[in-house]
Design a binder for this molecule. Structure first.
Ligand code: NAD
Length: 298
């Protein structure tokens, strides 16, 4: 299948590479020349623009930072014209970015009016899951559109959930990421407490992993350097899931909670913690670096 892939960052690049390895013809594009060069080195075709990427594409996958990027790409902005008129009627758009459900619905309505199918399909599983092709997809859209997308999603992930109509994938994703933000801050706090008492972080992490505090951070993504060799914490908090992206997601969950009058006090506290961490200069580091603000200095 001819696929356009737009957004080749930490997540998009390995996802596009997996579609390519599965035998699809992938034409990829990113505003960053370095990101384009990285996938070109893996044998993917690189487009000169988003318009070039979608020429002849039966499916378009986008993996962009936030709502404004997705709306700007498909519907246009002050900076760039809309991609929508360049997409073939009957094509399928899969947006895997984590964005506001309302933005997914707005883009879906505009595409639908032009005869183009849309699903929101945000992911969980981190960069490790993107590389291994074991992501979890949370899909919003019709059954028919999901079934069209499924063969592609299966090349990038192992768990595919249908959350509901367009936007529902995004709602599931912000619930998950609100929990992730809280559990990473909580796990960091517990490890920092143990270390302040002289405990070995690896031993303490293993005790908690096998006890009632066990969670995903303790399994795969320990915030303390050296505990998990492949976690961002052991690589100077480079790569992974940026603090500012977590802050964006916690903003989305708090906005949503306000809209539906839900009580999310820990989500609100987590947002404040990551905001302070970002302002302290850690916005570009992996979000597990939040442990730095909870550790005893010296
Ligand atoms: P990233 O910042 O590494 O990559 C985003 C890429 O989009 C960049 O390379 C940027 O140049 C490109 N881009 C922005 N606007 C563009 C445009 N108009 N046209 C083409 N390219 C454009 O971000 P990421 O970590 O890959 O995350 C992408 C999305 O996935 C975010 O919404 C994030 O919240 C979500 N997500 C990330 C992770 C993770 O672990 N990193 C996990 C799950 C979900």
């Amino acid at each position: 299948m001819q696929i356009a892939f737009i957004g080749l960052g930490h997540m998009g690049a390995p996802m596009a590479i997996n579609l390519h390895k599965a035998g699809h013809s992938v034409k990829a594009f990113d505003l960053s020349p370095d990101a384009c060069a990285q996938v070109k080195a893996q044998g993917l075709q690189v487009a000169t623009s988003a318009q070039d990427a979608v020429q002849g594409a039966e499916a378009i996958v986008s993996m962009l930072p936030a709502s404004a990027h997705v709306e700007g790409l498909y519907l246009g902005s002050d900076r760039a014209p809309a991609l929508l008129p360049h997409i073939a009627k009957g094509a399928l758009v899969i947006d895997s970015s984590t964005i506001a459900a309302a933005t997914s619905q707005k883009v879906a309505r505009a595409l639908d009016a032009a005869g183009i199918a849309f699903i929101d399909a945000p992911v969980s599983g981190g960069t490790g899951g993107a590389i291994a092709g074991t992501l979890t997809f949370m899909v919003g859209g019709t059954d028919a559109h999901l079934e069209r997308a499924r063969p592609l999603l299966e090349k990038m992930g192992t768990n595919i959930f249908h959350a509901g109509s367009v936007g529902a994938g995004q709602t599931a994703k912000i619930c998950n990421n609100m929990l992730l933000g809280i559990l990473m801050a909580g796990t960091s706090e517990a490890i920092a407490l143990g270390v302040a008492n002289g405990l070995d972080p690896t031993v303490l992490s293993e005790i908690m992993r096998r006890s009632s505090g066990g969670n995903w951070a303790l399994e795969k993504y320990n915030p303390y350097p050296g505990v998990h060799e492949n976690a961002p914490a052991s690589k100077g908090y480079a790569g992974g899931f940026g603090t500012d992206l977590m802050l964006k997601d916690l903003g989305l969950s708090q906005e949503n909670a306000t809209a539906v009058k839900a009580s999310t006090p820990l989500g609100g506290l987590a947002r404040a913690i990551y905001a302070a961490h970002s302002i302290a200069g850690h916005g570009g580091e992996d979000f597990s670096s939040v442990i730095k603000m909870l550790q005893k200095k010296g």
